[in-house]
Design a protein around this ligand. Sequence first.
Ligand code: UDP
Length: 327
Amino acid sequence: AAKTVLVVGGAGYIGAHICKALAARGDRPVVFDNLSSGHRHAVKWGPLVEGDVRSRADLDSAFSQYAPDAVMHFAAFIEVGIGEQRPLDFWDNNVGGVITLLQAMKCAGNDKLVFSSTCATYGEPERLPLTEAEPQTPVSVYGRTKLAVEQMLRDVSRGEGLRYAALRYFNAAGASPDGEIGEEHDPETHLIPNALRAAAGLGGRMKLFGEDYDTPDGTCIRDYVHVMDLADAHLAALDRLFEVEGGLACNLGTGNGFSVREILDAVETVTGQRVPHDVHPRRPGDAERLLADTTLAREVLGFAPQRSDPQTIIADAWRFHAPRWGV
Ligand code: UDP
C-alpha cells in the first residue's frame, strides 16, 4: 500500500532524491524543511511544510495535517569545519532536533524512523573495510552529533519500541540521471562538485587537500556511492520498518575505494576538460582511507549499487551542473 512519509530535510540534496524515488514507486513524500540550506525548487513530489525540526509546534501541525506512516530525517548540519566553530548549533539542531522529532512522533503514535547517519561516526578507522561492529570514535563535532543520535535511537527503540534504520553513508555523490535535481550546497565543500566547477572554468583552481598520505598516489581514498543508489537503500529500509521490530545500523557504500587523484582523472575523462588545481596542506579531520564493508547492506537491504562507479556518478553530476553553469 502507498505510504505517506514525512521527509524532514526533504528539500536538501539527499532528501530530495529520496522524495523523487518515493514518488516514483507510488509513495507520498511530505517535505518538512526550514529551507535554511534546502531549496524550494527541489520540492516537486508532494507538499512542502515550512517548519523547523527544533519546533514541536511546527512538527505537531505537520503530523496532524498529514498523518504520516513513517518519518525520514535528513535535516542535520553537515559541514565538518563549521561544526568545530559552532558546536552548540550542531548539538542543538542535529541532536536536539531529533529529540523534538522523536517526541512529536511518540505523541502522534508514529514509531518508524529512517535516519541519515555517516561513516564519520567511525573516526580514523583501525581496520578496513569498516564493518558496523568497528568502534565508533568520531573525530569531529559533526560525527559526535550523529553518533549521539544513533545511541539515543538504540535506547528509545529498546525502551519505547521505536523502529529505526540508521544508515551510515560513505561519500554520497552524483545526481538524478535525468538532470532534474542534484547537489547544490553553498558553500560547496565536496570533492566531485568542486572538481566539476573547476573543470567548467568557474570558481578558480580547485584545492587538493594533501598529497602526502600513505596511499599509492598520496591522496585520500574514499568510497563514493551514488545518491540514487542511496535512495534505493532508503526505500528498502523503509519497507523493513513495517516488517521488523527494533533497530538497524547499516553502512551504505560500495566497498571500492578511489583516491582524490583518481576522481580528478575521471572528471577530466567525463568532461573533456582539465581540472586546474593546486596541492594544499591536509584538511583537518580528513581520514586517510574510508571503505565500507557492504555485507550487511547486501543481506538486510538487498543493496546492489547500480550507478556508483565514479564515471557514472560524475557523468550524472555533470549532466545536472553543466546547463546551470552555462557549459
Ligand atoms: N577534497 C579536496 N578538495 C576539495 C574537496 C575535497 O582535495 O575541494 C578531498 C578531501 O580532502 C578528501 C576527499 O577529497 O580527501 C573527499 O572529501 P569530501 O569533502 O568530498 O568528502 P568527505 O570524505 O570529507 O566526507
